[in-house]
Design a protein around this ligand. Sequence first.
Ligand SMILES: Cc1cc2nc3c(=O)[nH]c(=O)nc-3n(C[C@H](O)[C@H](O)[C@H](O)COP(=O)(O)O)c2cc1C
Length: 312
Amino acid sequence: MQIYLAPLQGLTDWIFRESFYEHIGQFDKTFSPFIRVQDGEFYRPSQCNDILPEHNTFQKPVPQFLGNDVVSFQCFENFCLQHNYTEANINMGCPFPIVVNKGMGGGILSHPELVAQLLQRIFEVTKLKISIKCRLGKDHVSEFEQLIPIFNDFPLEEIIIHPRVAKQQYKGEVDLEAFAQSASKLKHQVCYNGDILSIADIDKIKNLCPQVDRFMIGRGILQNPFLLAEIKPQNLTQEEKVNMLRDFHLSVIERCKLKYSGDLHLLKRFEEFWSYHALGFEDGRKIYKQVKKCTTLTKYEGIIFKAINDLE
Ligand SMILES: Cc1cc2nc3c(=O)[nH]c(=O)nc-3n(C[C@H](O)[C@H](O)[C@H](O)COP(=O)(O)O)c2cc1C
């Protein structure tokens, strides 16, 4: 079984990935948060920093492309090749209205002709292995029916499916039945992604689709960083876990100090991280409230290292 780390913009960037690998564990694959390219130009050039080799010393992520034209893809591919990447992932799942309304991310899924055209053009020129991360549709899971023969027409490395539709964003249920039906009709390797918080969640999917043995986890890892060690069983004592978690946080803070200027930028990032991470602590609501109120890095360190020490 393979376990992948999901791309989470602003959360699982190189700082998180390097610190996680160093102190907690190693995923079979990781993915960069999306790098948006539009009209042949990087939308925010700083997004490229995430895949620079000097930021990925332990494990290189699969770079993720968000865009919907081949000229933009070539701009992205050139940057990837320049840094010796061999694989890229195409984002066909981002649910944010400003992306969807431009026909990118999950927005492309209701236009099967555009999906076919984009993949056709990309495969005419690319030197990279190509995988796709998608949802089951923009507005309805029935949209996926028309996408299956298109995906089957191209030599994709794998397809990662988050079985919600873009319209849902992150709300409502994942549609496991629709996932199982779609996965069985795809000729590619399929990876399941969405709402995995425990081994039982993985078992549920394995029972429905025994052929699926790749799982991507995002928020579940932020909530419980030791979920990976539970799945690929590694017997850790509570003392070991506490030490690993402390070292992970120290490492994130050190790297963030180099990246961000001023405590406030840094604290905004930590606030978002703890909106997920605190869910794994018994008194998580209290810790999250304190983190939100924090005005200096020193206070932040006091709060979180107390919370971690209390786990002992
Ligand atoms: C804050 C946030 C940022 C995300 N950024 C990305 C992204 O950059 N690229 C992408 O493909 N998916 C992105 N996603 C979606 C996740 O990769 C994943 O598909 C989703 O969270 C479901 O998996 P999970 O329940 O294991 O978190 C993001 C999700 C969240 C909550």
